[in-house]
Design a protein around this ligand. Structure first.
Ligand SMILES: Nc1ncnc2c1ncn2[C@@H]1O[C@H](COP(=O)(O)OP(=O)(O)OP(=O)(O)O)[C@@H](O)[C@H]1O
Ligand SMILES: [Mg+2]
Length: 394
């Protein structure tokens, strides 16, 4: 049994005990994670607010379905108003989720106290009895998967400027996690449903549930694969090899989606056009990338910039991790501070090839996946990513 699970099995019956349990959990993490002294040194109940279950019950009208704003692989999310009047997104971890408790603790330790314009703020958590609940700042304008890429109606106008701002915001948030936070944090599940949009459509990266502290000098092999297919880097999907470059891959796919307004896979299209990455590569080879830009922009965009963004998307999804740029470089390429023409772009690692290999299930990494994920192989691995979209007007 890991140190994590031992610690987390402690039941906290009173707030005082809760804090002790939490402190112990942090200490265990420090001990089990050679280089993680720095990441937990400031961590105590002072920087993670512990909410009582009762307060969260009150905030959500006893978790009334009316206040439910969605459901992800780890449980349901409710909109709620906290005692101090602020709005929160309250994520109740499902008890059935085997991986959930670990994700929960990881999430708290990795993001508590972290402030960045492009990251969703974690206010605190509740770990009373069997409850595992995360309390986040409420982000007003839904996620990219519900707006730009959703089937339903959205009143947001995604102009070219808005799209560039979102891409740059996500790149900034990721560069911060990868290069400024110590030890580095790999998100592991960069995808449209994890990009929320703030009041002025500022991109906010959410869901650090899969993030993991990342000591500089360890072999970057993860014991299990988490993430969502379509955004998974091949080396991570096939060998469980996890580096920051896996997030760069996910970002590349996201970038193509934002510019094209298309999901990475669209089964309604003819086979040859189904996979966005494949389509982008074919158009790149024919020097016709511009055709991929979202038609709903009706030509109202900067052609050079749009092509540059699409090429950066291809560069981020290169087969070899070392051929993908670091996020700080991606940021400079996006803003034009760095010249993209010096970068060589080869054929990216393409999803359809990856899924063909996956269906043979020959890789050891797939062997680590739980049953629920293997049943959902066409869309998701290890995390179930089914999301219901609810009316958020109430
Ligand atoms: N801080 C937040 N503010 C507003 N809405 C949020 C917030 N966090 C999550 N949501 C919404 O709650 C819903 C469920 O989110 P959740 O993260 O549980 O699932 P997901 O991202 O769709 O899938 P996965 O579990 O694979 O990450 C999403 O629609 C998301 O937009
Ligand atoms: Mg999410």
């Amino acid at each position: 049994m890991t140190c994590f699970s031992v610690c987390f099995k402690q039941k906290a019956s009173s707030p005082a005990k809760q804090n002790v349990g939490f402190k112990k959990a942090c200490a265990c993490n420090r001990a089990s994670n050679g280089n993680s002294e720095r990441n937990t040194e400031n961590l105590s109940e002072e920087n993670v607010k512990l909410y009582s279950y009762k307060e969260l019950q009150l905030a959500t009208e006893n978790f009334n379905p009316r206040n439910k704003i969605g459901e992800g692989g780890f449980g349901s999310v409710y909109k709620g108003r906290l005692k101090d009047g602020s709005l929160a997104a309250i994520k109740v971890l499902s008890v059935e989720s085997k991986q959930g408790v670990r994700e929960f603790l990881t999430e708290i330790i990795t993001i508590s106290g972290m402030e960045h314009e492009n990251l969703v703020k974690l206010y605190g958590c509740c770990a009373e009895r069997d409850h595992r609940i995360l309390v986040y700042g409420y982000v007003e304008n839904n996620s990219l998967s519900q707006t730009l890429l959703g089937d339903g109606y959205s009143n947001i106008q995604f102009s070219w400027r808005t799209r560039t701002k979102i891409c740059i915001g996500v790149a900034r948030g990721l560069a911060f996690l990868h290069e400024e936070v110590r030890p580095h944090i790999i998100h592991r599940d960069i995808k449209p449903s994890n990009i929320l949009l703030g009041k002025d459509l500022t991109a906010k990266i959410s869901d650090f549930g899969l993030a993991k502290l990342f000591p500089d000098n360890l072999t970057h092999i993860s014991t299990r694969v988490a993430g969502t297919i379509g955004y998974l880097a091949p080396e991570y999907a096939m060998q469980g090899q996890l580096t920051r470059k896996a997030d760069v891959y996910g970002f590349g796919v996201l970038l193509l989606e934002i510019v094209s307004g298309r999901c990475n896979t669209n089964k309604r299209l003819p086979v040859e056009e189904r996979y966005l990455l494949e389509t982008a590569w074919k158009l790149y080879e024919k020097r016709e990338l511009i055709q991929l830009v979202d038609m709903t922009l009706e030509g109202d965009f900067d052609m050079d910039e749009a092509c540059r963004y699409l090429k950066i998307g291809l560069l981020c999804t290169q087969d070899m991790p070392k051929s993908r740029p670091a996020m700080s470089t991606v940021l400079k390429l996006l803003t034009g501070e760095m010249d993209l023409r010096k970068k060589k772009i080869s054929r990216p690692a393409i999803l359809s090839e990856l899924t063909a290999v996956n269906s043979n299930t020959t890789s050891p990494a797939w062997g680590n996946l739980d049953k629920s994920s293997s049943q959902n192989r066409s869309t998701t691995y290890a995390t179930m990513t089914f999301t219901s979209i609810y009316d958020r007007s109430n």
